[in-house]
Every structure is written in structure tokens, then in C-alpha cells.
Design a protein around this ligand. Structure first.
Ligand SMILES: [Zn+2]
Length: 340
């Protein structure tokens, strides 16, 4: 080892010195290179052997240095691996969880003795942890439900924020947690201007419609937030495209819905019923009729409800058939309308 320590730096650039293993002068130290004293190869082939912590000459194997620090990380991370990343930095704080998540968590694995698993469980019983776990569980559920019907990321995030608010304000007491999640998704859809009907949310979450409705009303009043309204117009876009209706029919349906919303006998009806009846009327008017049965399937409204609402619209058809509906170039003809 003493020989290795004699390995010295030399300034090859200056050439004035006969001994390449000695510093020529302190000023020349900037140009130093490490060189093997045996091979004296001007292009030294020095190998870092991290396993033994040595600098070696790659040509003759002479040990040139016996203390090197390995600056590389001692793990490899693969994108697919979850929960097994030994990086000590961790994720960024999640604003949807409480605190900054800088607390210590006892690991579960310790080579099979089972002690750390018990410690982990004991630690998990503390209330702070349980609260967080409930939140994480609810977030998972919200994500899974929204993914099931391909809702956009924004809705998922809004729903999670609403759920967090419910938890923070302690509004969830004596309430069915599934109903709260359903109501949060319903509210989130509205806030993102992509409303779903109660029926759709119920079909998705398997929560009773009454339960969702009641929880939604409660949350809406308590969260005191601009939650938007489900207007017929928002629904028409979706229903029309699901029924493969053309733009002209969609345009006329929206005109009908606007007028119908202000009509007595109609304004009290649900936006879904109004939208469905208007689609029924407009599709017949433009000679591209859709049956009440098909609209009922898409919109989730009873056939009878569509027909009853249509009956009222038909009685007041002179109010609906404004010049903008029967304008030139439109296929809309009053004769196409069927009597209810
Ligand atoms: Zn050598």
C-alpha cells in the first residue's frame, strides 16, 4: 500500500521536469494528472474499483489510491416499482392530505422477524394516521369511480378537494360515506361544466338516488360554494351526440329548451325531462326523428315523462316555432311534428 501512496501527480504539460511524479511548482498544480509510476503511460488508464475502494492502474493493476468515495446512489429505481424506492427524499407534499407528510413512518419489512410489522401497525393506530388513511382511501375510490366513466382529471381533482373540505369541516358525521363521495363527484361535474344527472351518478356509484340527492343538497348548502346549475343546455350537447343528431337539430333543441324553461307548466320540470322532450320535438321537426324509447335510454328519463312534457310543448308549439327555428335553409318543417 505504501507504494500506492507514492503515486503522485505530475504536470505533463510542462516537460521541464525529469521526474514526472513530482510537482514542478505549486503554480503548476492546476494541470496535474495522476499517472502510474510503473507504466509511466502519458495517457494513464486509471480504473476506479468501487467494490474495494481503490484507484487502479488499468494496465498493470498497481493500486494508486486506496480511499475513494462512491458518489453514485446505491439503488436503482424503476418507474414501475411502487413503494420500494429507497430514495430518501420522498415525494412532494400532497396538498390533499393533512400536514406536510414529513413525519416518520415505520417500515413494514425487516427481513421477516415481524417486529417492524407490529410496530408499523401500532403506529398506524394513532388517530392522525387513521384520518389520513381514510382520506387516501376516499381519494382512491373517487379516482376509481371517475376513471370508470372516463371523467377528465379536473373533475377528479375537484371532487377530491370537495371531499377534503367535507372532512375538514367535519360534515361527514352520521352520513353515508359512499353518498358523500357520490355527491362530491356530482358537484365536481357541475363545477367543471360537464354535469351528470343524479341517475348517471347513481348508476356509477351504486348509491341510492334519494341518498345522493339528500347529501348533495346538504353539502351544497354547507359548502356555500358556487356550484353551478344543471341547465338543459349542458345536457343537450351530450344527449344529442349520443343520439347521433346533427348540428341543426342540436341548435333547434337549444332554442326550444331556452323558451321552454320560461314556460309555465314546463319550467317546474327537471332539466333532463325538458332536454329530452325538446330533443324529441326537434328531431321530428328536422325530419330526423328519434323515438321516445331511444331518448329515454340515453337520458335516463321515463318514456312517459318525455311524452307528457312533449304534449305540453306541442300545445304551445306556436311559441316554440320562432322564425329562427323555421329559418331559410333549415330542414325544419312544422308538418313533420307528430301529434302526441
Ligand atoms: Zn501501471
Amino acid at each position: 500500500m505504501s507504494k500506492a501512496r507514492t503515486a503522485a501527480a505530475s504536470n505533463t504539460a510542462s516537460g521541464s521536469s525529469k521526474d514526472p511524479f513530482r510537482f514542478n511548482s505549486p503554480e503548476d498544480q492546476w494541470g496535474v494528472v495522476l499517472m502510474c509510476p510503473d507504466c509511466r503511460n502519458p495517457v494513464p488508464n486509471i480504473v476506479e474499483d468501487f467494490a474495494s475502494g481503490d484507484y487502479l492502474c488499468g494496465d498493470c493493476g498497481l493500486v494508486l489510491g486506496d480511499r475513494i468515495i462512491d458518489t453514485r446512489s446505491e439503488w436503482r429505481t424503476f418507474a414501475n416499482d411502487e413503494g420500494d424506492d429507497p430514495s430518501r427524499v420522498g415525494n412532494a407534499a400532497n396538498p390533499l392530505l393533512d400536514g406536510d407528510q414529513l413525519d416518520t413512518v415505520i417500515s413494514r419489512g425487516d427481513g421477516g422477524s415481524g417486529v417492524s410489522r407490529d410496530l408499523n401497525r401500532t403506529q398506524g393506530r394513532t388517530t392522525a394516521q387513521r384520518h389520513e388513511r381514510n382520506l387516501v382511501q376516499a381519494y382512491k375510490e373517487i379516482s376509481a369511480l371517475c376513471d370508470a366513466c372516463a371523467m377528465p382529471r379536473t373533475i377528479v381533482d375537484i371532487a377530491k378537494q370537495l371531499y377534503k373540505k367535507v372532512e375538514d369541516d367535519n360534515l361527514q358525521r352520521n352520513k353515508n360515506n359512499d353518498a358523500i363521495i357520490a355527491a362530491c363527484i356530482f358537484l365536481a361535474c357541475r363545477q367543471d361544466n360537464a354535469p351528470r344527472t343524479f341517475k348517471e351518478i347513481c348508476a356509477l356509484t351504486k348509491v341510492d338516488k334519494k341518498d345522493v340527492g339528500r347529501t348533495f343538497k346538504f353539502l351544497k348548502s354547507r359548502l356555500k360554494e358556487e356550484s353551478g346549475t344543471t341547465s338543459s343546455n349542458d345536457l343537450i350537447d351530450r344527449f344529442c351526440s349520443n343520439l347521433s343528431l346533427d348540428q341543426e337539430t342540436k341548435r333547434i333543441t337549444k332554442i326550444f329548451a331556452d323558451i321552454a324553461n320560461d314556460m309555465e307548466n314546463v319550467s317546474g320540470k327537471s332539466p333532463v325531462s325538458i332536454a329530452s322532450a325538446c330533443i324529441y320535438m326537434a328531431s321530428h321537426l328536422t325530419g330526423n326523428p328519434r323515438e321516445a324509447k331511444d331518448i329515454s335510454r340515453i337520458a335516463g328519463v321515463g318514456e312517459a315523462t318525455i311524452k307528457t312534457t312533449y304534449k305540453i310543448l306541442y300545445q304551445h308549439r306556436e311559441r316554440l316555432l320562432v322564425p329562427d327555428v323555421l329559418r331559410k335553409g333549415s330542414p325544419a318543417k312544422e308538418a313533420n311534428l307528430v301529434s302526441p
